[in-house]
Design a protein around this ligand. Structure first.
Ligand code: 13P
Length: 260
């Protein structure tokens, strides 16, 4: 089976109101190119999700930002997997560093991952180190994040999970720079090794590993050449023109790969 590429937009806590969200989603649905090679997804804030997927339809699917680690109960402000799925989410962003920095642990991420799969959504598991140290400790962070996240997941489900490498130091407007394609490649190989250790080489090869952290239409080609199966843009996903250019670039790359 041919592997799909993904471009998954994480809107974070943007835009500021429902009208703006509708207008951005409408443009994005209209201008984003469509192809059998690439799955496009946007993950708006929870409160907009149901309305957007109901009213602003198109080839781009919708996903949810964050899935709680418990299936239901007394967790004020939180959204469960079944809620997200019933509001129209097909994907769930899990373990984002902006959640982790507010106290979400690897164990919680593991619960969220399990719930997300149980409700039939595709989890986008975010992993990434805060900084790159000289001694390579960042590899241990990645291993720990993946091993714990997958600890309650049957090995047969690993290939249903997308892993997004998002180094924290490359995320957001204050980031100095995106990661380099080589830095991505190093971690991609390492993630495959961790998954091979947990299961086998074939499974590791089949898991889609994507990149996030200041990804936009000007910088993604080297990542594709390094084997990224797609992207998780934040800011760029709020600009439909930029998002659609990214998708176009991925389609072109995928077509060339397919014809090799
Ligand atoms: P930016 O693309 O804005 O750096 O955000 C990346 C991110 O955190 C996506 O989840």
């Amino acid at each position: 089976m041919e592997k799909k590429y993904y471009v998954i937009g994480n809107w974070k806590m943007n835009p500021g109101n429902l009208n703006e969200a509708k207008s951005t989603a409408k443009t994005l649905q209209r201008i984003t190119p469509n192809s059998k090679y690439v799955e496009t997804v946007i993950c708006p804030p929870s409160v907009f999700l149901y309305t957007l997927q109901k009213e602003i339809k198109g080839k781009t699917k919708y996903g949810h930002q964050g899935i709680h680690h418990e299936p239901k109960g007394a967790f004020t402000t939180k959204i469960s997997a079944s809620m997200a799925a019933s509001a129209g989410a097909k994907f769930g962003i899990i373990g984002h560093s902006e959640e982790r920095r507010e106290g979400v642990t690897d164990e919680m991420v593991s619960g969220s991952l399990k719930n997300c799969l149980k409700e039939g959504m595709t989890p986008v598991l975010c992993v990434g180190e805060n900084e790159r140290d000289q001694n390579g400790f960042y590899f241990n962070i990645i291993r720990q994040q993946i091993e714990t996240a997958l600890s309650n997941i049957p090995k047969t489900r690993y290939t249903d999970i997308i892993i997004a490498y998002e180094p924290v130091w490359a995320i957001g407007k204050d980031a100095k720079r995106p990661a380099s394609a080589n830095e991505f490649l190093e971690i991609k190989i390492y993630i495959q090794k961790v998954i091979t250790d947990l299961s086998n080489r074939k499974t590791a090869d089949e898991v889609s590993i994507i990149y996030g952290g200041s990804a936009d239409d000007t910088n993604i080609l080297p990542f594709l050449e390094a084997g990224a199966m797609g992207f998780l843009p934040g800011r760029a996903s709020l600009e439909p023109e930029v998002f659609s250019k990214m998708v176009l670039e991925v389609i072109d790359f995928a077509k060339n790969e397919g014809s090799k």
